[in-house]
Design a protein around this ligand. Structure first.
Ligand SMILES: [Zn+2]
Length: 292
C-alpha cells in the first residue's frame, strides 16, 4: 500500500511540525504571566507557530526539494548573466496572446509549460507559441497535485498532454514541470521514462499573489535575480480552479521586467539554451564548461 505509506509519512511530518509549534508556544508561554488571557495566547500561538512551520517546510520542499535531485533542474551554473523566462498554466485566450506580443516586441524566447486540457481547448494558441520559437513543456493534463494522484491517472495526465501537444506541433515536449512544483518519485520516474527533463524554477515572480502589482513583481525579480535563474510567471490558470484568474498584471509587468533585466546586464535566453549549462546540482561538473 504505497498510498498508505505516503499518507503515514505526511502525517508523521505534520505531527513533528505541530509538536515543534506547540513547543515554541510553550517557550513563549514560560515568559508570560499566568493571567486569564494566558490560555488563549498559548492556543493561538501554538496554531500560528505550527502553521508557519508547515508553510515553511512546504515552501522549502517546493523550492529546493530534499536530498540529491540530479534529474531536476531549478537553476543552472553559469558565470554569465543569463536567465530564462517560463510561463505556466496556459494557454489562455485572454493572456497568452498578449504575452506572446510582448515577447515578440522584445525579441525574447521563453518557455511555456502547458496544461493539457487547455492545449485541447486552444490549439491555435499552442501553434502560435511554437511557430514563434518558444519552448513547450508538459504541465499535466488537469493541473493535478502529483503526490496525491493514483499511479494510473498520473501517467495518463502526462501521456495525454504529450499526445495533445504532439497533435499540434508534431513534436514530443522535452520538458515537464509538475503543477505547483509538487512531485514525488513516481513523477520523476515517469518523466524519465517519457524522455522529458524536469524543470522547476529558482525565482518566482509571485504573480499569483492577490496583493501583487506589476511594480512589486518587477521589484522582486530585479532584486532577487542571479545568473542562471529560471524565472516563473503564469499566463493562465488559477490558484484553485484550472483557469479563470486574471494574469493581466503579468502582462502589464512583462515589458518592464525584460527591460529592467537587460538594463542591469542580463541576457534572456531560451530555456533550451540555458539548459546546455550544467545545472546547480551537478556538483562534479566543471563550472566553466562552455555549453555548445
Ligand atoms: Zn501550474
Amino acid at each position: 500500500m504505497v498510498l498508505v505509506k505516503r499518507i503515514l509519512v505526511v502525517l508523521v511530518v505534520l505531527v513533528i511540525l505541530i509538536s515543534l509549534g506547540v513547543l515554541a508556544a510553550l517557550l513563549l508561554g514560560s515568559i508570560l504571566p499566568r493571567t486569564p488571557l494566558y490560555r488563549l495566547i498559548m492556543s493561538v500561538s501554538a496554531v500560528v507557530f505550527s502553521l508557519a512551520l508547515i508553510l515553511a517546510a512546504f515552501n522549502f520542499y517546493v523550492n529546493y526539494g530534499f536530498g540529491n535531485q540530479g534529474d531536476i533542474v531549478r537553476r543552472v551554473r553559469t558565470p554569465e548573466k543569463l536567465v530564462a523566462l517560463t510561463f505556466d498554466d496556459g494557454p489562455s485566450p485572454a493572456y497568452t496572446p498578449q504575452i506572446l506580443d510582448v515577447l515578440k516586441e522584445h525579441d525574447v524566447q521563453a518557455a511555456f509549460f502547458l496544461v493539457g486540457q487547455h492545449v485541447k481547448q486552444y490549439p491555435e494558441i499552442v501553434a502560435r507559441i511554437y511557430s514563434e520559437g518558444h519552448d513547450i513543456g508538459n504541465h499535466t493534463y488537469s493541473h493535478i497535485n502529483a503526490p496525491t494522484t493514483p499511479a494510473a491517472s498520473l501517467s495518463s495526465e502526462l501521456l495525454t498532454t504529450n499526445i495533445e501537444i504532439m497533435k499540434i506541433i508534431g513534436e514530443h515536449p522535452e520538458y515537464v514541470r509538475p503543477a505547483r512544483g509538487m512531485y514525488d518519485a513516481r513523477f520523476r520516474r515517469l518523466a524519465e521514462l517519457m524522455g522529458m527533463r524536469m524543470v522547476l524554477w529558482s525565482l518566482s515572480s509571485q504573480d499569483w499573489r492577490g496583493s501583487t502589482t506589476p511594480e512589486k513583481m518587477k521589484h522582486r525579480v530585479l532584486k532577487e535575480v542571479q545568473p542562471g535563474d529560471i524565472i516563473l510567471f503564469h499566463d493562465g490558470g488559477s490558484l484553485i480552479r484550472s483557469e479563470g484568474a486574471s494574469r493581466q498584471r503579468t502582462v502589464d509587468a512583462l515589458a518592464d521586467i525584460i527591460e529592467g533585466l537587460r538594463a542591469v546586464g542580463y541576457r534572456i535566453v531560451p530555456l533550451s539554451r540555458l539548459l546546455r549549462y550544467p545545472h546547480l546540482e551537478d556538483s562534479d561538473t566543471d563550472e566553466t564548461t562552455t555549453p555548445y
